[in-house]
Design a protein around this ligand. Structure first.
Ligand code: SAM
Length: 333
């Protein structure tokens, strides 16, 4: 059960989509005066080293955050229109070989906020722009925590014993006391006990590893239950886009759930490469790794669509690896 460790995947293209969206959500939702309860049902370790054994072994961050911030991509422009229809986007032409991450004028605001957050955690990278100094990558708990004000609360759930220990240690170092609670519990079940939240404002991130096939069904059931308990919460689900029926069905199920509950919804998907198996020179089958992923949001803030509309073409242009790269952005309600 516990073979998944997010450290292998930290900073990959799915994290770029997930965390850019999460930042846009947190930024908007923490602007109001009423307290917000943030519940992260599958928190992970909280912080990751990009130069650590795990990340270096898998190299997934190379196809994600490092590719996004590669000096060749230092001043992105929006991807051409065909990328929005799911076709290949032309990569941005290099403008400078050794510049710090892109200028505010070049990045979509949501991506700029994401990069600023990374720069805040990596001062030497912020100073020099040298990707060799981009060493710390924030997981969802650290991103969420950065936006909280004194009245807000953050509840984190993580089942893996090692990741739970790392998460607890990482959160303790922040010295934020009882504002952030960490528990080694099943996040799907624990969510029930926090809804509705005291001030009737909540954002829930549900980001399982989908290591077990049953996770797909549990996400749908958990969201249905959460909506019954607290219909006006903002519910955010990350899902992989892979050739597997359960994965294919999940966004459809979430859409049906939102529509039946008369809730607004938004579904953003980013594809960076083909999902087809290939063969290498020696005839061995090469698996492509995760080709695409999506974020499904129930009750999204009205600002989210425009934020992603601006950021997704840049993600496609910078992270796209072949002509299958593209994005979709649907919404309703
Ligand atoms: N949300 C994190 C982020 O964006 O940085 C990444 C989370 S990772 C994709 C999923 C995590 O859920 C793993 O660390 C895994 O150990 C944990 N996990 C798996 N099943 C769980 C469950 N039922 N309840 C809580 N955590 C679980």
């Amino acid at each position: 059960m516990f073979s998944y460790r997010h450290a292998f995947h930290a900073g990959n293209h799915a994290d770029v989509l997930k965390h850019t969206t999460l930042i846009a959500l947190m930024k908007y939702l923490t602007q109001k005066d009423t307290a917000l309860t943030v519940i992260d049902t599958h928190a992970g370790a909280g912080l990751y080293r990009l130069d650590g054994d795990y990340t270096e072994t898998s190299g997934e961050a190379q196809e994600g955050i490092f590719r996004l911030l590669s000096p060749q991509n230092s001043e992105p422009t929006a991807a051409p229109a065909q990328a929005q229809r799911g076709q290949a986007a032309t990569k941005t032409v290099a403008k400078s070989a050794a510049k710090p991450a892109a200028t505010p004028a070049g990045w979509a605001p949501a991506l700029q906020d994401y990069i600023d957050l990374l720069r805040g955690l990596n001062p030497q990278f912020a100073e020099t722009g040298d990707l060799a100094h981009l060493k710390i990558y924030p997981g969802s708990p650290f991103i969420e925590q950065q936006f909280l004000s004194g009245r807000d609360k953050l509840k984190l759930f993580e089942l893996h014993p090692t990741d739970f220990k790392s998460l607890s240690g990482n959160i303790e170092q922040l010295g934020v006391g009882r504002q952030v609670a960490v528990a080694r519990e099943d996040g799907f079940e624990a969510l029930k006990t926090f809804l509705p939240p005291p001030a009737r404002r909540a954002m829930v991130l549900c980001d399982p590893s989908y290591e077990m096939k049953s996770d797909y069904g549990r996400v749908a059931t958990c969201m249905a239950d959460a909506l019954k308990r607290f219909a006006t919460g903002t519910y955010v689900v990350w899902y992989p886009i892979i050739p597997r029926p359960e994965a294919h069905d999940l966004p459809r199920k979430l859409k049906t759930l939102a529509v039946k509950s008369s809730r607004s919804w938004l579904n953003a998907a980013l594809t960076v490469k083909s999902s087809k198996l290939t063969t290498d020179d020696s005839g061995d089958v090469v698996r492509p790794g995760l080709p695409a992923s999506g974020m499904f949001v129930i009750n999204p803030p009205h600002t989210l669509k425009a934020e992603l509309q601006a950021a997704l073409p840049q993600m496609v242009a910078l992270l796209g690896q072949d002509r299958n790269a593209g994005f979709t952005l649907e919404h309703g309600g």
